[in-house]
Design a protein around this ligand. Structure first.
Ligand code: GRG
Length: 318
């Protein structure tokens, strides 16, 4: 398969990226009139942390999985969840950059939120984004005969788990816990599964569930999400070793400086890259299995954009 460059990515996904970015902008600019000075600065910070750059990988995964399981027609129904995931992702980056966490000054090529504003504002902007994400799904998802409240509630419950102790918060905690401590393969996979894998797996699962995937199909997409989550974080680990601040938009070399548990630290660069390639090939094979399940369906599912997205996120350079 041809390697998908950033330029191809922007072209192939231009419509989807516009819909995601317009939706996020609309939601985050629906700011009430403030009778006192102050709140507009908090709103400015949460917009800054969300709208300035970002590849939008997670909402794209929601949209493209939904397209594979149904068609583009379901995008209206899945966009609120897709964008809610991006709000949580933005929140996690804002908090991750804080001095008490990974302590970064640069993100997406610009000063991090606590540098552009201040620490208290960054904490509170992140808090607001997290709560707003859940409100976004509840307020903006159009229910219909194809998407019942029961399914949506169950997706929201899963979202709560993967953003908290069965997901990001847990992964981040263990990641920090092991800084400078000896770690093994089990610890490393645990951290990656929770810190990064949980939200990526959820993005794929949410797209499939909201688009009406069968239990058998959902099992395939769950495995696909796990593969991608791990591959994505290994690439992130590799970029930290191999990239530059200009290409990355953040400071490389921090994992080694902070003695983080990473793939290159445990397995070396070559084996880490081989692992990414193996995970990508498996993800592709899972999509073939999905096509086989739908072999007798009236229309052939369009999985090509999802294959392109998978290829991009496993070969990305930022
Ligand atoms: C309460 C949800 C919640 C989280 C708090 C701070 C924290 C706990 C978790 C941080 C987890 C974290 C930063 C994981 C790293 C994931 C990762 C590889 C991020 C980079 O994602 P990209 O490349 O970033 O998609 P862009 O900038 O493109 O959006």
């Amino acid at each position: 398969m041809a390697v998908t460059t950033s330029q191809t990515f922007d072209t192939v996904f231009s419509v989807q990226l516009s819909r995601i970015n317009d939706f996020l902008k609309d939601y985050l600019t629906a700011e009430p009139v403030h009778p006192v000075a102050g709140p507009e600065r908090l709103w400015g910070a949460l917009r800054y942390g969300t709208l300035q750059g970002g590849k939008r990988i997670r909402p794209l995964l929601v949209l493209e999985t939904a397209r594979a399981c149904a068609s583009e027609a379901v995008w209206d129904a899945v966009l609120p969840t897709a964008c809610a995931i991006e709000l949580v992702h933005a929140q996690s980056l804002i908090h991750d950059d804080l001095p008490c966490m990974d302590d970064d000054d640069l993100r997406r090529g610009q000063p991090t939120v606590h540098k552009a504003y201040d620490e208290a504002t960054a904490v509170l902007a992140g808090d607001a984004l997290l709560a707003m994400a859940f409100g976004l799904i509840a307020r903006r998802t159009p229910l219909s005969d194809r998407l019942h409240a029961e399914t949506l509630l169950s997706v929201v419950a899963e979202f709560s788990s993967v953003t908290s102790v069965e997901g990001l918060v847990n992964g981040q905690y263990v990641d920090i816990y092991y800084e400078g401590r000896p770690f093994d393969a089990q610890v490393l996979d645990y951290i990656h599964t929770y810190k990064t894998g949980a939200l990526i797996t959820f993005s794929v699962r949410a797209g499939a569930r909201l688009a009406g995937a069968s239990p058998e199909e959902l099992a395939l997409f769950t495995q696909l999400g796990r593969n991608l989550g791990l591959a994505f974080q290994i690439v992130d680990d590799l970029l930290d070793v191999q990239s530059t601040p200009e290409a990355l938009g953040k400071t490389p070399g921090k994992d080694q400086a902070q003695q983080k548990a990473t793939y290159p630290a445990l397995y070396g660069i070559e084996s880490s890259r081989q692992k990414v390639d193996a995970l990508t090939a498996e993800a592709d094979a899972l999509l073939d299995q999905f096509l086989s399940l739908r072999a007798n369906a009236p229309t052939v599912p369009d999985v090509q954009p999802l294959r392109t997205l998978i290829d991009f996120l496993c070969h990305r350079i930022h």
